[in-house]
Design a protein around this ligand. Structure first.
Ligand code: FES
Ligand code: FE
Length: 383
């Protein structure tokens, strides 16, 4: 049976503008969303070497994710139990020894189990119980090479299918864990984190914000993300022109500067039916996977505060592609950066406009059904 078009049948009000700049509202989201959901940290190979680490900033929270000397992943709250100083100051790095040493008064902790090893006081008081002062562990899950953390005290269970809002079995088939991280790119965007996701969720902006991308994916030039958004889409199936049937422009294979995938095809995509050149899989509130024929891009979204968001992209390549000196990674990396910068600019433009008096919310148009889905998700979570 043919699916119905997902577009909205009537316009609806969008979320109140003050949800995007009120600090008290952001605090509520930190508590109800960011402290409960699984949040993406990085691909395992980003901290490949023993003692390498990253830190994650989620609003005022800060978390360490490291590979201990034996090769296992560990995660701790980035806070010293002495008087609360931050332990690891950098966003990424390598511990000099197997100890995590506080930069303030030099208490040190074992990075493998978080135990307090020594303080810097010359006297140890009688009632001082080292064993009660271990680093606070953070719950984490490594799924297919991707590390997620969870700050909830409830020991939230990992559920793959509900985790990815658009679960597609292809993500269980592709062995991301065997992929190499070819590049990491970070950008702080002056917008609330929800503005990032809303922009991600529609293509009404595509032709004017992304001219190059709309040329590569012709249906985007019609401001549509998917063929099914067209009310008469059944008639367009198998249409000769990708502007109507979706997919990449004729002769192009991947999202890259020249459209070429340089002869690379991810093993598990070789026989994938109806693959139109890209699969996007969303994981609110913190990441999406973009799967292309020759590479995968993982984009992480973290709120710095109520009006600033950090976006991090990791490009993953099959080992053989990663090792191939003839394969030019910049062809896909530079194209995606161009698109992400265009989106970042649009998000900042959006954020700047919402403070003015006299207007307190926007409206969603039919094509913005994904924005509506996201806004409904947020609303439900913060209740
Ligand atoms: Fe860490 Fe004092 S706060 S040693
Ligand atoms: Fe965009």
């Amino acid at each position: 049976m043919l699916q119905k078009s997902p577009i909205l049948q009537s316009t609806v009000k969008s979320l109140p503008f003050n949800w995007y700049f009120k600090e008290t509202h952001f605090k509520k989201e930190l508590k109800k969303i960011w402290s409960n959901e699984w949040v993406y940290a990085c691909h395992e190979n980003n901290i490949k070497k023993p003692l390498s680490y990253i830190t994650l900033q989620i609003g005022q929270f800060n978390i360490i994710i490291l590979r201990e000397k034996g090769g296992q992943i560990r995660s701790y709250i980035n806070t010293c139990n002495h008087r609360g100083s931050t332990l690891c100051k950098e966003t990424e790095g390598t511990l000099k020894t197997a100890l995590i040493t506080c930069p303030y008064h030099q208490w040190s902790y074992n990075s493998t189990d978080g135990k307090l090893i020594k303080t810097s006081s010359f006297i140890t008081p009688k009632n001082f119980d080292k064993s009660k002062l271990s680093l606070k562990k953070v719950n984490f899950k490594i799924w297919n090479g991707l590390i997620f953390i969870n700050l909830s005290e409830k020991q939230t269970k990992w559920n793959l299918k509900s985790q990815f809002q658009d679960y597609d079995s292809i993500i269980s088939k592709i062995q991301f864990e065997k992929f190499e991280v070819g590049h990491v790119w970070k950008k702080n965007i002056n917008c609330n984190w929800k503005i990032f996701w809303e922009n991600y969720s529609e293509c009404l902006h595509c032709p004017n914000i992304h001219p190059e991308l709309s040329d590569l994916v012709p249906i985007y030039s019609r401001r549509l993300m998917d063929i099914k958004e067209d009310p008469n889409w059944e008639e367009k199936i198998g249409h000769d022109d990708p502007k109507f049937s979706g997919g990449l422009r004729k002769g192009s294979e991947t999202w890259s500067l020249n459209g070429s995938a340089q002869g690379k095809v991810i093993k598990e995509l070789k026989n994938k039916k109806n693959f139109q050149g890209h699969i996007y899989i969303t994981n609110w509130p913190s990441m999406f996977l973009a799967i292309f024929v020759d590479h995968v891009r993982v984009v992480r979204v973290l709120p710095i505060d109520h009006e600033n968001t950090q976006v991090t992209a990791e490009w993953l390549f099959e080992k053989s592609t990663y090792d191939d000196k003839k394969y030019d990674k910049k062809n896909v990396i530079d194209f995606a950066i161009k698109v992400m910068l265009q989106d970042g600019e649009a998000c900042e433009l959006n954020q700047k406009g919402i403070y003015n008096p006299g207007i307190s919310a926007g409206v969603l148009m039919p094509e913005e059904y994904e924005v509506k889905r996201f806004q409904d998700w947020v609303t439900k979570k913060i209740r």
